[in-house]
Design a protein around this ligand. Sequence first.
Ligand SMILES: *[C@@H]1O[C@H](CO)[C@@H](O)[C@H](O)[C@H]1NC(C)=O
Ligand SMILES: *[C@@H]1O[C@H](CO)[C@@H](O)[C@H](O)[C@H]1NC(C)=O
Length: 406
Amino acid sequence: MRSKGIFLLLVFSALTAYYVYSPIPDEIEERWKLMITDCFFRSLSHLADFSELLGLKDYMGVMMFITIAEGVVPVSDERVRVTEEVFDGVGVVVYEPGQQGGDGELRRAVVYLHGGGWCLGSSRMGPYDLLARQLVSELNAVVISVEYRLAPEHHFPVPFEDVYRVIKHFLQRQVLAKYSVDPGRIAVSGDSAGGNLAAAVTQQLQQDPEQQVALKAQALLYPVLQALDLNTPSYQQNQEMPILPKTLMVRFWSEYFTSDKSLFHAMMSNSHNSLESVGLLKFVNWSAFLPESFRSPYNYSAPAAESLDPSRTIAAIIDPRASPLLVPDSMLHALPKAYVLTCEYDVLRDDGLMYVTRLRRAGVDVTHEHYSTGFHGALMFTMWPTDFQIGHKMKDNYIHWLKQNL
Ligand SMILES: *[C@@H]1O[C@H](CO)[C@@H](O)[C@H](O)[C@H]1NC(C)=O
Ligand SMILES: *[C@@H]1O[C@H](CO)[C@@H](O)[C@H](O)[C@H]1NC(C)=O
């Protein structure tokens, strides 16, 4: 019995050492805290792989543990009134300023889309609930936090379409009037995969001839913006970075599109492009869109595009509703002003940087905040025991921008 206990202890310490000493750049603040947080994420991910291998529960099913563990029931308090509603068939949590504006004063609104790689996450998670409340209090705004359906149960375009339906519903004049929202002061915002959905719906609304109320701003927090090139300098530099290693991001992409595992392997080696991608590679050409300091010392080579068996071609890969970077400049110039947050230690850094360049060249007013010691997901790490100073700083700056620009 005793030797078994010692053996388990040894295995446990070996694993801990292995996890905890994963390389984390010295520049990152509160390194130890991040190592421990990452240790937890990695362990869960390994457990999820193991569970899928044994046929017990699929990978994302196990990873959902994080969403459930951080789950909250959003409730009203003296400052914020919370209601759960359904907008055109999709669940939303509506946060409104506590005192009903009896003076008829119109308020700003933020439609918020949570992150989690289209597969995880919920508006009913502690950090998202907290963020929504802060937006309400600090901006005197109405916040619509969207509970879109998730992959792999609901592949693309379901999550996108859910969000689009919610926005279309909300932007109707009588609905805005019901919530005392000023039609001229509405933003869409989201982090990570939520930033992807935010960018995509902003573009698609612009193309919608029926749409009368326009968005005033979009705010994208370390967004995912393209699936054609998964070997940008930031993917190369940060492939083992905490919270979102390349394998996890590629997993999210592939599960967003399909349950066929072969796409994951093709994406890992950046060999998932078909001949249909060729004409679009210019829109994600990091050699053309990244500032020099982020490009060097990497050497650009365009991802290989092969003629794939039509049964294996996944049309969604080239769909701009999944990869908003794939639209031509003519679809960018009329977009509302934008806030884009990027982090140095993030595989998605270059997605954000490329969008900043492309939007600016198209004449869009863009505020870009780059955190040179930031890591992916930091803005949601603002609650004990995983609260990081940089997360608080990001949140303050983001809310400050909305205050000034919405
Ligand atoms: C990418 O950009 C570089 C430099 O601007 C250019 O030389 C190259 O032909 C481009 N490649 C593609 C695939 O667009
Ligand atoms: C890029 O190319 C140069 C010259 O061929 C080479 O010296 C350098 O090592 C390459 N960089 C990378 C990251 O492969």
